[in-house]
Design a protein around this ligand. Structure first.
Ligand SMILES: [Zn+2]
Length: 424
């Protein structure tokens, strides 16, 4: 009998951190209802089985109580553009060194640290949008979190990402040696469909495409780029993904890429630094989401401009694009490109203050990293909100983010799926 009991206990899923008690009641001094832009005072959030059961005023009998009476309580943050398998690539040398000198097991170990940092900063969900030569290791990381093997944010993964031959690093090496590539390369509609099918069969939640590269200024002063895929290839990729109920995110920096990506029907534009009026109009009309990734743009502008000044010109251009896109009503989703900057150098929550500096209200900025991101992920009601039925992903701040948005950079409490992973 004793043996059987031990065995039964051993078979319980190893919960990350401490296991969630049956019923938890969180006393929230101020609950920020981001969807309705309302502050609810002195409410009780009842959590059961990893989900919010009720938002009311009574503590159920027998519930364990968490007192956040002096805190500002919000839904867990979502960063919709990250690379957990990358640890900063301010320059091509930084990037190449990781792919050439670090084994995939070592990169996965570093990813677990990156994920822990994100969670400590209040990011309970990441859309990890390309693993930079990491095979399908991002699928493993996602499963490791779900199984409680490691403690980290929930991941939506894009696996290998797609670019045509010659359009992505590593490049510039002796042609006699073969070097790893940071993406899967495909050419022609059929081969690209096959690549999409293969990535989905191995666990891709999203398909990531690189729509353009090599940014330059034309004689007329406009910044443009080299488009990667043809419209036929891009259309095949999007059609194949949508047939399997997966969405497509397009790295696209100028209208040279936007035109093809938007015509093919991608679901989100990543970076998007240079928007012309036609791009903004098409994004509003098609309800294409935009991840501006301003944090990485500021991070790489200095080091990359040493060899190519276009990077500081892009930094200026994206600010203008942001103001125009926001005014026009483009659905903006918080995305930082963490991994493009070192996880331990910057806090992803810095992205919020960049949006406020460019004209968003604090409420609007908070929505980008909660409700709007959840909507892009097809997780309305489950993520990015504290309401009955939602996953119990909850963060608390000791200062009011509506008065000072940088309060989001000083998270003092984090719960994910009903389990406390950081305490004040
Ligand atoms: Zn990226």
């Amino acid at each position: 009998m004793r043996h059987a009991l031990t065995l039964a206990l051993a078979l319980l899923p190893a919960a990350a951190g401490s296991a969630a008690p049956a019923v938890t009641a969180i006393k929230a001094g101020r609950l920020l209802d981001v969807a309705h832009e309302k502050v609810l005072e002195n409410v009780v959030i009842v959590v059961e089985n990893g989900r919010v059961k009720e938002v009311g005023t009574t503590v159920p009998a027998g519930a364990s109580v968490i007192d956040l009476g002096k805190h500002y309580v919000l839904p867990g943050f979502i960063d919709a553009h990250t690379h957990v398998l990358l640890q900063g690539d301010a320059t091509a040398e930084d990037y190449d060194a990781q792919l050439l000198k670090e084994s995939l097991p070592y990169r996965a170990l570093r990813a677990t640290k990156a994920m822990r940092i994100a969670l400590d900063h209040g990011f309970t969900t990441l859309r990890d949008i390309g693993n930079e030569g990491g095979g399908f290791a991002d699928v493993d990381l996602k499963h490791a979190v779900e199984a409680g093997v490691i403690t980290g944010p929930r991941l939506f993964v894009a696996t290998k990402a797609l670019a045509p031959t010659g359009a992505y690093g590593l490049s510039g090496y002796d042609w006699q040696i073969s070097v790893p590539k940071g993406v899967e390369m495909c050419d022609g509609p059929d081969a690209c469909r096959r690549a999409v099918r293969d990535q989905i069969s191995h666990g891709a939640d999203w398909i990531k495409v690189y729509a353009d590269r090599s940014y330059y200024r034309q004689p007329d002063g406009q910044i443009r780029s080299l488009p990667n895929f043809t419209l036929e290839e891009m259309t095949a990729i999007v059609d194949q993904a949508h047939r399997t109920r997966r969405k497509v995110a397009a790295h696209s920096m100028t209208p040279s890429g936007h035109q093809i990506a938007l015509a093919a029907g991608v679901d989100s534009i990543e970076h998007g630094d240079v928007f012309d009026d036609a791009t903004v109009a098409a994004m509003v009309k098609n309800k294409t989401y935009w991840c501006p990734t301003l944090t990485v743009t500021d991070f790489v502008a200095g080091p990359r401009s040493v060899t190519n000044p276009i990077w500081s010109e892009l930094q200026a251009a994206v600010k203008d694009s942001f103001r125009r896109a926001h005014r026009a009503g483009v659905a903006i989703v918080l995305g930082t490109d963490a991994g493009g900057f070192d996880w331990d150098k910057l806090n992803q929550a810095e992205e919020f203050k960049r949006y406020v500096a460019l004209g968003m209200t604090p409420w609007q900025a908070l929505a980008t990293g909660t409700v709007t991101a959840a909507s892009m992920l097809g997780q309305e009601g489950a993520l990015g909100t504290i309401a009955p039925g939602a996953r119990a992903d909850i963060v608390a701040l000791s200062e009011d983010p509506l008065k000072d948005i940088t309060a989001t950079e000083r998270v003092s409490f984090v719960m994910k799926d009903g389990v406390v992973v950081r305490t004040p």
